[in-house]
Design a protein around this ligand. Structure first.
Ligand code: LLP
Length: 387
């Protein structure tokens, strides 16, 4: 896919290009998060009546201003480490513990213990935890993470269901775990599944929920069913936007079929991806063996998604928004790896020169939080923009 193509539907940064250049492009690489966009997405999900509780998966972007905004809108917070739990508590000291959901994977048992002590909802997904540390879990009220046997998502590395994924309890292992739980006086009050990230088809949730609900019926003590996150975002021009109506309709139908369970969701990406723009400064422009490369001060250490998943992100020269574009270039970072390419074969203005500011769009989810100091480069700066 080449630029120019239809830009993402009315991106917030288009009308604010000059402000971004004046106020934010000074020191780069820099992520800028547009809070009204987060609010808009959060309100959309709030409008889906079938959903009883929404937990934001903070792994997508734990910026305190984003957490505060979502707290105000009634969201809880899904955390996968003690570090994330403590981060939320620090950012939101008034938050009630029942707005915390702990959904770890292969975490040290001390983290489960700490989460239980805090009063968070805690999810387990294997019997070994109960066998090895029965006293930690005795008489607790817990959620159970189920692997429905299949995964979905934008890349194999983010599919969290099925045999090759480390998450969740299989159907075969369920009876054994329920026996062990009963022997310890544990009450299974919730069922949970999250089988992948970047899912665009609403049918997926119907299938997962139907499976969870039928298991819940057989357990008896279940009060809520958590169908995870995974809502996709249209990164590429021309890609269909997430089918929010289909999602709402699927959840409404499920709620109608199983009105006795509370329906929980835990979206990450959907709430924050479009709110984030990554600003970077052009360092060098070099042609080699017929390939022209625009080098910038952001790379795989700033935004890992292209290198890790081959993810596609919109790239625009913010300093030359209205100039005609020329032949194709690769947009590369300063890291000493061949995979340090943020965008391949894109069309940028011919006059692009060192000092220009490039904008990489839809970078608000799994961007800054996955950055590293590889090659001992600095971590990106993060700013918030609120109209
Ligand atoms: N719940 C659980 C248990 C999860 O593991 C995740 C994401 C979510 C909710 C939120 O999923 P979302 O709504 O954001 O799809 N780094 C990858 C994505 C990894 C997702 C990990 N788990 C990426 O950049 O695409």
């Amino acid at each position: 896919l080449k630029q120019p193509t239809p830009a993402p539907a009315k991106p917030w940064w288009r009308a604010r290009a000059q402000r971004l250049l004046d106020q934010h492009a000074g020191e780069t690489p820099r992520y800028v998060y547009h809070l009204p966009t987060v609010r808009q997405r959060a309100e959309e999900l709030r409008a889906i009546e079938a959903i009883d509780r929404r937990f934001y998966a903070i792994k997508a972007n734990p910026h305190p201003r984003i957490l505060a905004e979502l707290e105000r809108l009634g969201y809880g917070f899904e955390c996968v480490s003690l570090g994330e739990l403590q981060h939320v508590q620090q950012a939101l000291p008034e938050l009630a513990a029942d707005r915390l959901l702990f959904t770890p994977s292969f975490a040290p048992v001390a983290e489960y213990q700490a989460a239980l002590q805090l009063g968070a909802f805690v999810t387990i997904d294997n019997i070994e935890l109960l066998q090895r540390w029965p006293e930690v879990f005795r008489a607790q009220r817990l959620l159970l993470r189920i692997d429905p046997g299949f995964g979905q998502g934008h890349h194999e590395k983010v599919r969290t269901g099925g045999r090759e994924a480390k998450f969740g309890l299989t159907m075969e292992d369920l009876p054994g775990l329920l026996d062990a739980a009963q022997a310890l006086g544990i009450q299974i009050i919730g069922l949970h599944a999250h089988i992948g990230s970047g899912i665009t088809e609403a049918a997926h949730w119907r299938e997962v929920y139907a499976r969870l609900a039928s298991i819940a019926d057989s357990i008896g003590s279940v009060e809520f069913v958590d169908v995870g996150g995974g809502l996709g975002v249209a990164y590429e021009p021309g890609a269909d936007p997430f089918d929010l109506e289909g999602y709402a309709a699927a959840l409404a139908e499920l709620k109608q079929n199983w009105p006795h369970y509370q329906l929980w969701v835990e979206p990450g990406r959907y709430l924050v991806a479009e709110s984030g723009a990554l600003l970077a400064t052009v360092t060098q422009v070099v042609s080699k063996a017929g390939v022209r490369r625009v080098g910038i001060d952001a790379g795989m250490h700033t935004l890992l998604r292209p290198a890790l998943y081959g993810a596609w992100h919109w790239v625009q020269n913010l300093s030359r928004l209205d100039e005609a574009v020329d032949g194709e270039v690769d947009v590369v970072g300063p890291i000493c790896e061949t995979g340090d390419v943020l965008a391949r074969r894109r069309r940028l203005p011919a006059a692009t020169v060192p000092g220009d500011c490039l904008l990489i769009a839809h970078a608000g989810a799994y961007g800054a939080v996955m950055a590293s100091r590889y090659n001992l480069r600095e971590l990106p700066i993060e700013d918030v923009l609120d109209d």
